[in-house]
Design a protein around this ligand. Structure first.
Ligand code: BGC
Length: 744
């Protein structure tokens, strides 16, 4: 009947010359009306087709109705090059090189939400230009262990820092009519055994540590899509986990977006149908090249689902909910006529990548003010280490990129200092000479047949005669380092770098160690090396960003988004919890890896504080070429019953002779509580720019949620009246001022 009416109205339109735009195509109409209209016109098969892939990264839409295809792309640090329809290999486009932005740990290290907005806007423009509807990022899984191979794609250890940075990233991406796809929801905290990992986490830990970033992305950022993880949680895979997806994300958070599976994360039709999954991707990779029929038709949410509805196993209601969510996603993105056009590799994007990189670099130690480099005194610079010459935008898994160009650290230093100083390079060690990922190549041949002894001897010789030695090492994107699908096997630096660094420190006291990694490493030589920086993977502008910080063109202002542990027994997950867990058999008889998170809420600095440990560098730490003095923090005496918030003020002065930016951190301590609470928790931070001699009053507003803990029995956040202390710090290990109040 409906179809008949539709035909009649179309024909009427033709005869009267007044073709009426169907409601679903009319973007002046509210989105929910359009969704209902489109839904009412779709056949059962069209609905089924809408919710699963037709290629590696796309879903077909509804061609008959002109409902657009959805194209996804990785994410999260640049737009992935185009792959073949059914395979991971390159499609061979010549116009799909992108701007490679810094890793998300570097972004988090800026502690600057404006940088997150700029990042999101810029990467979103690139995705839009390439006609993508969904950017598979940002990744925000909590840094539970420094061994997690994907820490570099995430935003560190603290739920509040993550929340503050993820919201503007999402908003920036989506201002282009491109959906952010926040991943990997949730508890995907290690790569080893990622398909069978089964974290065992209590509700309080879940709500206080592992969910806040996702909640902020869903409720404040209004992210249009989420990606489920590969791991399990309480008996079900995360991508269609009834607790995570139905109860929490779509229930408690009242979220109307679409849940996308991780690629190959679906294993069963019935549970995928009921567990809140809306779109299935990547279930197997042989698409049309193998087998009797189109493999996509055999996806769990394809033919088996269709047949299940036809034979009454599943109701169409659940399918309609999925379809509504995918239609919403489509109208917000591919069918949004008002979206801007986007841009690829624009000057603005390159400038953004550089600025974010410069602001993310963390000066961990600067004894004797060796930095910034004084070119009046420094005439001969020895640069040592493989990471000085290695391009890092290729590799590491799905975030691997085809960057339009990549300036290595050595090139950046040569460009910046080459006219004023002699720069001599020595390799020092051979780590990973490869540079290929899925058919993208860096074009570098880094093979070197010299023995470790020869390489060390050359490095020491070069270092001995130099005015300054800059060692650039760390990790890279090969397996068991900063890479997807494997974790690191140790906290130590690979390839004998510790020995080399120790020897370098002996031959030249003017030694700078620039560590390039996306996660913490052990630094047994920390006391022997006067200058240490955390450099991250910084994308195309890596070398330029590093050179401007070393030169002092930019005053460093990054702060660590995670604790720099001295050893694994300082990590709650290793000391009290389990990692990578133990084998167990689940209710269905499958072998899984149970990972009891016995450390509970004591992740990162919360564990360090509880056990009064001394990490190599604390969470939130980062120096500058100037100094900041903190005055006395002032708070009202009472947080009265009728007040919704109070203001805390602390004056901060730049006492040096350089302009700089300082991130002032506010931690809350519940002095007496009926439950065990962390010694302190980050609840606010603000980055302020100060001229030499300038003082600014840094103001924070606190509401009751900042004082609360999650009460699992009540299933709610609870603030217990009583005394609270406010600790204002330059890092979690450097508290500069304290104040307190009584909350009623
Ligand atoms: C990763 C995702 C990624 C997807 C598509 C998966 O292996 O876990 O983060 O977005 O592949 O490439």
């Amino acid at each position: 009947m409906k179809k008949l009416l539709l035909c009649v109205s179309v024909l009427l339109g033709v005869f009267t010359g007044k073709a009426e735009t169907p409601v679903y195509l009319d973007d002046s109409k509210p989105i929910e009306e359009r969704v209902e209209d489109a839904l009412s016109r779709m056949t059962l098969r069209e609905k089924i087709n809408l919710i699963h892939a037709q290629s590696k990264f796309s879903a077909p839409g509804v061609p008959r109705l002109g409902i657009a295809e959805i194209w996804c792309t990785d994410g999260p640090m640049g737009v992935r090059p185009e792959v073949l329809w059914d395979e991971w290999e390159q499609a061979g486009w010549t116009n799909d090189s992108c701007t490679a932005f810094p890793s998300l740990t570097a972004l988090a290290a800026t502690w600057n939400p404006d940088m997150a907005l700029l990042y999101g806007k810029s990467i979103g423009e690139e995705a839009r230009f390439r006609n993508k509807s969904v950017l598979l990022g940002p990744g925000i899984n909590v840094y539970r262990t420094p061994l997690n191979g994907r820490n570099f794609e995430y935003m560190g250890e603290d739920p509040y820092l993550i929340s503050e940075m993820v919201v503007p990233y999402v908003q920036g991406v989506q201002s282009n009519g491109v959906a952010a796809c926040v991943k990997h929801f949730a508890l995907n905290n290690n790569e080893i055994n990622r398909h069978t990992s089964n974290p065992i986490v209590d509700d309080r830990t879940l709500y206080e540590i592992y969910l806040p970033g996702f909640k902020a992305a869903a409720t404040e950022g209004d992210a249009w899509s989420f990606m489920g993880g590969y791991n399990l949680f309480r008996g079900e895979h995360a991508s269609y986990n009834p607790i995570l997806m139905n109860q929490i994300l779509k229930g408690e958070w009242d979220w109307d977006g679409a849940v996308i599976s991780d690629w190959g994360a679906v294993h069963d039709t019935a549970t995928a149908v009921s567990g809140g999954l809306d779109m299935e991707f990547g279930s197997w990779t042989n698409g049309l090249t193998n087998g009797q029929s189109n493999a996509y038709d055999n996806y769990f949410l394809a033919q088996p689902y269709l047949e299940g509805i036809q034979n009454g196993t599943y109701s169409e209601d659940e399918l309609n909910d999925k379809v509504r969510r995918v239609l919403r996603l489509t109208f917000r993105t591919a069918m949004n006529r008002n979206r801007p056009w986007g841009a690829m590799n624009s000057d603005e994007h390159v400038a953004a990548a550089r600025e974010i990189g410069e602001e993310g670099i963390v000066l961990l130690k600067n004894d004797n003010n060796i930095l910034p480099i004084d070119t009046h005194k420094t005439k001969k610079i020895a640069v040592i280490g493989e990471n000085a010459i290695k391009k890092m935008t290729v590799g590491g898994g799905s975030s691997s990129l085809k960057a339009r160009y990549e300036i290595t650290p050595l090139e950046g230093l040569q460009k910046r200092f080459g006219d004023e100083a002699e720069i001599i390079y020595a390799r020092g060690y051979v780590g990973d000479p490869s540079g290929n990922y899925n058919g993208v190549s860096t074009g570098q041949d880094l093979s070197d047949s010299r023995s470790p002894e020869e390489l060390t001897a050359e490095a020491l010789q070069v270092a001995k005669d130099a005015d300054l030695v800059i060692f650039i090492g760390g990790l890279n994107k090969s397996d068991h380092q900063d890479a997807e699908d494997s974790d690191r096997e140790t906290l130590s630096l690979p390839y004998g770098q510790d020995e080399l660094i120790t020897s370098l420190a002996k031959v030249n006291p003017n030694l700078v160690m620039l560590n390039i990694s996306g996660t913490g490493v052990a630094m047994p030589w920390v006391n022997e090396v006067p200058v240490i920086l955390q450099g991250w993977y910084l994308g195309n502008e890596t070398g330029n960003a590093i050179a401007s910080v070393l030169a002092g063109d930019v005053n460093p202002s990054g702060k660590l988004p995670y604790t720099y542990y001295a050893s694994l027994d300082q990590v709650g997950a290793h000391a009290e919890g389990e990692y990578p867990g133990h084998k167990s058999i689940d209710a269905l008889g499958n072998e899984v890896m149970d990972i009891p998170y016995n450390e509970g809420i004591y992740v990162g600095y919360r564990y360090i504080d509880k056990n009064k440990l001394k990490p190599t560098f604390p969470f939130g730490h980062g120096l500058s070429y100037t100094n900041y003095e903190y005055g006395k923090a002032v708070a009202p005496k009472f947080f009265a019953k009728d007040d919704d918030k109070i203001e805390i003020v602390v004056p901060v002065t730049n006492t040096g002779d350089r302009k700089g930016k300082e991130t002032v951190q506010l931690y809350v301590r519940d002095v007496k509580s009926s439950v065990d609470r962390p010694y302190k928790e980050l609840k606010r931070f603000k980055k302020v720019e100060l001229n030499p001699g300038e003082t600014k009053d840094v103001k924070f507003e606190l509401d009751r949620s900042a004082l609360s803990y999650f009460d699992a029995d009540k299933h709610d956040w609870v603030m217990e009246p009583g005394d609270f202390e406010i600790l204002i710090g330059a890092s979690s290990g450097d508290i500069r001022s304290k104040t307190s109040f009584k909350a009623e």
